[in-house]
Design a protein around this ligand. Structure first.
Ligand code: OAD
Length: 245
């Protein structure tokens, strides 16, 4: 990254009144959690339709839970990295800030982010298929099959699967944040999955300055005003070092 380019973007961030951030699997790749579509990505080795759809769960809830237990094990000992912490720090310095993540690993919250929307759910939460109650469950492994303490209904991961509708209030809040921001950061997402994929256009339509951080170009890169190529854990802290006081 050129120093001049970095400085220009840092000035924009320092002047921004409202910042909205979209993150994807790439930000947690630096914590050791595999992405979905990278070389060793989860969707290269597993078929999403066998594991992450309501039909798959109906067909074989054991198989789906076994896969989530494997992912729970994979994530359980992972820690937030410098990019997660830099975003939590930025939030504390701004009045108007929203962080929208597609990640289900919970690392943004561990790093201290509070104005956080977990658009695709959270792997450490379970939801009853009968009474819909959502509860936290950090068991690794979780007992298979898990049942609801209240009504004994079958529990499922509190994750939005392919073919399912996202929680509408979260989508609305996210859309408002991207419409209303003057600066958007897009970090470590391939920009393929909707509605997150449309948030860059939404921000651009409302005249926001969009900065993308990724190790490679993505579907969003053409629309972004600046693309910073590099690992999130290196680039994000460097970018957000600017003194806003
Ligand atoms: P993807 O796996 O589609 O994309 C990960 C992105 O991160 C790619 O653009 C990589 O180039 C980039 N990347 C990899 N390592 C990086 C690093 N160290 N620093 C910065 N960028 C890096 O993941 P998502 O875009 O998050 O949904 O995928 C979106 C959704 O698709 C996921 O939430 C998941 C998946 O199906 C559900 O499970 C519901």
């Amino acid at each position: 990254m050129e120093a001049k380019q970095l400085q220009e973007i840092q000035e924009k961030i320092a002047a921004a009144k409202a910042v909205a951030v979209l993150t994807g699997a790439g930000i947690s790749a630096d914590s050791g959690i595999p992405t979905f579509r990278g070389e060793d990505g989860l969707w290269r080795n597993f078929r999403a339709e066998d594991l992450a759809t309501p039909e798959a769960f109906e067909r074989d809830p054991r198989l789906v839970w076994e896969w989530y237990n494997w992912r729970r094990e994979l994530i359980a000992d992972k820690q937030p990295n410098a990019a997660h912490y830099a975003l939590a720090d930025l939030e504390r310095r701004l009045e108007a800030f929203v962080l929208v993540t597609q990640n289900v690993d919970g690392l943004h919250a561990v790093a201290g982010s509070r104005k956080l929307i977990e658009l695709h759910g959270n792997i450490w939460k379970v939801r009853c298929t009968q009474c819909e109650a959502v509860t936290e469950n950090r068991d690794v492994p979780i007992v298979i099959l898990p049942h609801c303490m209240r009504c004994h209904g079958l529990l499922r991961p509190h994750i939005v699967w392919f073919g399912e509708v996202l929680y509408a209030p979260d989508v609305l809040k996210s859309a408002r944040a991207f419409e209303g921001c003057d600066l958007m950061l897009v970090i470590g997402t391939s920009g393929i999955v909707q509605p997150a994929a449309s948030f860059v256009s939404l921000a651009k339509d409302h005249k926001a300055f969009v900065v993308e951080i990724n190790v490679a170009e993505t579907a969003a890169s053409l629309e972004a005003d600046a693309l910073l190529l590099g690992r999130a854990a290196d680039v994000v802290p460097q970018l957000l070092m600017a003194d806003r006081s």
